[in-house]
Ligand binder design. Structure first.
Ligand code: ZN
Ligand code: ZN
Length: 417
C-alpha cells in the first residue's frame, strides 16, 4: 500500500524529522514512518522512496548466507554435461570464461567473469558483513560505505540473467545432442532465486537507519541530498562526503549530460556491428555458419522454443534500442525544458535502468555454448566479434544510465538552469 509523503516544509518541520530527497525528481519531502507492507512514493514523480517489507534483517541475512553457499556450489560444480560423438563434455561458469580468453575475446571473458562470479560474490560478502555487523550490535565506520557498495554492485551481479542465458543454451543444445543439467546448474538456479528473495525482503531504509539516523540537514539551498542513502547533508565545501555512506555529494551529478551523450553516441555506433557481425561461428563437418543475434533468435523459434525466442528478441534487440532512444529522449527533454511528459519520462528511466542489464542473456548463452561444443572437426562453436560489440553496447548503456541525472529534466522544466 502506498503512503503519500508530505511536501517539504509544509507542516512537519521540527527536530527529529526525517527528510528524503527523491532521486528521480529531486523534491525534498518528509518521510513518514511506514507500517509493515507499506511503501512511500514521491508526491511529485511517484517513484518509490522506501518500502517496509516487514521482514527482519536477520531473515535477510539467512537468505544471503544460503545464496553464498549456493553460488559457491554453482561456481565449483559443472553446469551442463553434453554427450555427443561418443564423447562427454562438461561446462562450468569458469570454462566459458577460459574458452573466451583462449580464443582472444578477453573483454567478453572479463564481462562474463565479472557479472557472473566476481560481483555476485563481492555483493553477497559485503551484504553478509553489514547484516552480521548490525545483528551483533556493532557499527564500525565501514558499514555505511559497504552497504552503499552492495546497492551499486546489485545492478552488476547477474546470476538470474546467467540462468536465462543457460536456458537459451540448453534449448539450442538439446536439439543436437544429449544434455544434462549438472549440480552447478541447479545450484545457480537456486542462488538466483535467493538473490531475488533478498531484493524482495530487504528493507533498505531500515538498514540505513540502523547504520545512522535519518535526521540530517534541514531542506533548503544549504543542504545536498545523498542519492545512495537518502540523507540530507549540510553543504559545507565544494563536494562534501555523506557522513553515513561516504559517497561524494553533488547538487547534481557532474557533467551528466556530456557524459551520457558521449556514452549513448558510442553505444549507438556499436549497435550496428553488434547486429551485423556474428556472435557465434558454428563449424559442422567442415561447414562454417556465422550466427548473428537475429540468426540465434530465428534458430530458437525454428526449434519451437518460442518463449525464449521472444525473451532473447526483447533482451537483445528491443531493450538496447529502447534504452538508446530513451536516453536520447531524456537529453532532448532536458534541452527543451518542457514539463510535458516528465512523469512518463521519470518512470521510463526507472524501467530502462532495471531492464537494461537483461540484455546480457545472449552474452552468457554464448559463453556456455563455446565452452561445451568443442568436438574438433565434427562440431565446434567459437565466439564472434558481434558478441564483443554487443557486450560493449550493453555495458555503455548501463554506464550511461548511471551517469544520467533525471533530476536535471525537472530542473530544466522548472527553469532552474
Ligand atoms: Zn520524485
Ligand atoms: Zn549517503
Amino acid at each position: 500500500m502506498a503512503v503519500d509523503v508530505s511536501a517539504a516544509g509544509r507542516d512537519v518541520a521540527g527536530p527529529g524529522v526525517a527528510w528524503a530527497a527523491c532521486p528521480d525528481c529531486g523534491l525534498v519531502q518528509h518521510m513518514p514512518a511506514l507500517a509493515e507492507g507499506h511503501f512511500a512514493a514521491c508526491r511529485r514523480c511517484r517513484c518509490t522512496l522506501a518500502v517496509n517489507t516487514g521482514y527482519r534483517l536477520d531473515a535477510v541475512l539467512a537468505v544471503a548466507l544460503a545464496a553464498l553457499v549456493l553460488l559457491l556450489f554453482a561456481i565449483l560444480s559443472p553446469l551442463f554435461s553434453l554427450h555427443a560423438f561418443g564423447e562427454t563434455r562438461q561446462s562450468w561458469i569458469t570454462s566459458g570464461v577460459a574458452e573466451l580468453w583462449r580464443e582472444g575475446f578477453g573483454f567478453l571473458a572479463l564481462i562474463v567473469a565479472g557479472f557472473s562470479i566476481a560481483t555476485p560474490l563481492v555483493y553477497l560478502g559485503l551484504l553478509i558483513a553489514v547484516l552480521s555487523g548490525l545483528g551483533l550490535g556493532a557499527n564500525p565506520a565501514w558499514l555505511g560505505p559497504a552497504f552503499r557498495w552492495t546497492q551499486i554492485l546489485r545492478t552488476w551481479a547477474m546470476p538470474e540473467i546467467y540462468v536465462v542465458g543457460g536456458f537459451v543454451a540448453y534449448s539450442r543444445l538439446e536439439k543436437i545432442a544429449d544434455v544434462d543439467v549438472g549440480v552447478g546448474g541447479w545450484a545457480l538456479l537456486a542462488a538466483s532465486l535467493a538473490f531475488i528473495a533478498i531484493d524482495a525482503t530487504i528493507d533498505r531504509r531500515a538498514v540505513w537507519r540502523a547504520i545512522g539516523p535519518d535526521e540530517g540537514a534541514r531542506p533548503g539551498k544549504s543542504a545536498v541530498a545523498c542519492l545512495d542513502c537518502g540523507l540530507l547533508v549540510p553543504r559545507t565545501g565544494k563536494a562534501p562526503c555523506c557522513p553515513r555512506c561516504g559517497a561524494v555529494l553533488h547538487h547534481r551529478k557532474p557533467q551528466a549530460q556530456t557524459r551520457t551523450a558521449a556514452l549513448v553516441l558510442a553505444a549507438a555506433m556499436l549497435y550496428i556491428p553488434a547486429n551485423l557481425l556474428p556472435v557465434l561461428t558454428i563449424e559442422r563437418y567442415g561447414r562454417i555458419e556465422h550466427h548473428t543475434i537475429m540468426a540465434g533468435i530465428r534458430e530458437l523459434a525454428h526449434i519451437g522454443a518460442w518463449p525464449l525466442a521472444v525473451i532473447v528478441f526483447l533482451a537483445s534487440i528491443v531493450i538496447p534500442l529502447l534504452k538508446l532512444l530513451n536516453l536520447g529522449w531524456f537529453l532532448a527533454a532536458e534541452m527543451k525544458g518542457s514539463p510535458r511528459g516528465l512523469l512518463a519520462l521519470s518512470r521510463l528511466h526507472d524501467i530502462v535502468n532495471y531492464i537494461g542489464r537483461w540484455s546480457n542473456i545472449d552474452v552468457f548463452a554464448a559463453s556456455i555454448l563455446i565452452a561445451l561444443v568443442q568436438f574438433g572437426v565434427l562440431t565446434n562453436v567459437t565466439a564472434g566479434l558481434g558478441g564483443t560489440a554487443f557486450a560493449a553496447v550493453v555495458l555503455l548503456t548501463m554506464i550511461a544510465s548511471r551517469c544520467y541525472d533525471p533530476r536535471l529534466m525537472w530542473d530544466a522544466a522548472e527553469g532552474k538552469r
